[in-house]
Design a protein around this ligand. Structure first.
Ligand code: NAP
Length: 256
């Protein structure tokens, strides 16, 4: 699909990878919908795109809430009477061990709370389900189809300390593959991206320098990825009509 003049919705696009993807598509001439949970942060990205001569609309929506997501995709469609690409990127982390064991006594001293589990499932899995469903509603109704790009993670393979996150990201891969089949008759392609370690606030904000060095040593290319490299991967999926039903690991080769 050619990107110019297409309507692209990117959830969680007020920061990090989502912002990088939104900026990249805007620079290619797309009409971009910036959607996230904080109005001020959304407005800043919309202004940045407009200042560069691009086309952007801001919509506040919590992807874990059904009415928000229905409204988001209806408003996104109504803006230009089209919806061509939906990137399901909004996500959160609430890391913790399944059970925390005291080193000396070998007794349990903590466990992953149900709130901690549910918060991540609500945004990273239910949010992808709801926004993928609502994108499909608009794409089928338009009769023109489109492309859905869910954002998974290499944690889909099972990363210690991330029961909630890994389960959600593996679920996103299952949805990607089954949606590619379910939606194929409506000219909808579905392909996911599983980033590795990408230098955004999500990973950098609580990272100690020694932990950062350790992670770098485990990445075959010797460095973290950049949000721009994930944006490039999204652009490749949109432009290449052969790509559907797959997950592209953009990770510098890290194996979890
Ligand atoms: P980020 O900078 O924290 O961006 C995520 C955005 O989603 C934030 O703006 C966040 O808003 C927003 N958000 C949170 N909850 C939301 C909700 N309920 N509805 C709508 N928006 C919501 O993180 P990132 O690193 O760019 O991550 C983007 C995606 O890539 C996520 O799905 C993440 O799991 C995935 N990923 C990231 C990495 C990495 O290394 N960075 C690796 C693999 C996969 P607030 O900031 O206000 O919470």
């Amino acid at each position: 699909m050619e990107i110019k003049n297409k309507v692209v919705v990117v959830t969680g696009s007020a920061s990090g990878i989502g912002k990088a993807m939104a900026m990249d598509f805007a620079k290619q001439g797309a009409h971009v919908v910036i959607t996230d949970i904080k109005q001020e942060a959304i407005d800043a990205v919309v202004t940045e795109i407009k200042n560069l001569g691009g086309s952007a609309l801001g919509i506040v929506a919590d992807v874990s809430k059904e009415p928000d997501t229905e409204k988001l995709f209806q408003e996104a469609f109504d803006w230009q009477n089209a919806l061509d690409v939906a990137i399901l990127n909004a996500g959160i982390l609430r890391d913790g061990l399944l059970v925390k064991v005291d080193k000396e006594t070998k007794k349990i001293k903590g466990k992953m709370g149900i709130d901690q589990w549910q918060a991540v499932i609500n945004v990273n899995l239910t949010g992808v389900f709801l926004s993928g469903r609502e994108a499909a509603v608009q794409m089928v109704n338009s009769g023109k189809g489109g492309i859905i790009i869910p954002i998974s993670s290499v944690a889909m393979h099972g990363n210690p300390g991330q029961s909630n996150y890994s389960a959600a990201k593996a679920g996103v891969v299952a949805l990607t593959k089954l949606w590619a089949h379910e939606l194929k008759n409506y000219k909808i392609r579905v392909a996911a991206i599983a980033p590795g370690f990408i230098a955004t606030d999500m990973v950098m904000k609580d990272m100690k320098p020694e932990a950062l060095e350790k992670w770098k040593s485990l990445i075959p290319i010797g460095r973290l990825g950049t949000p721009g490299e994930i944006a490039h991967t999204a652009r490749f999926i949109v432009e290449n009509d052969l790509i559907t039903g797959v997950v592209i690991e953009a990770s510098g080769g890290i194996k979890i």
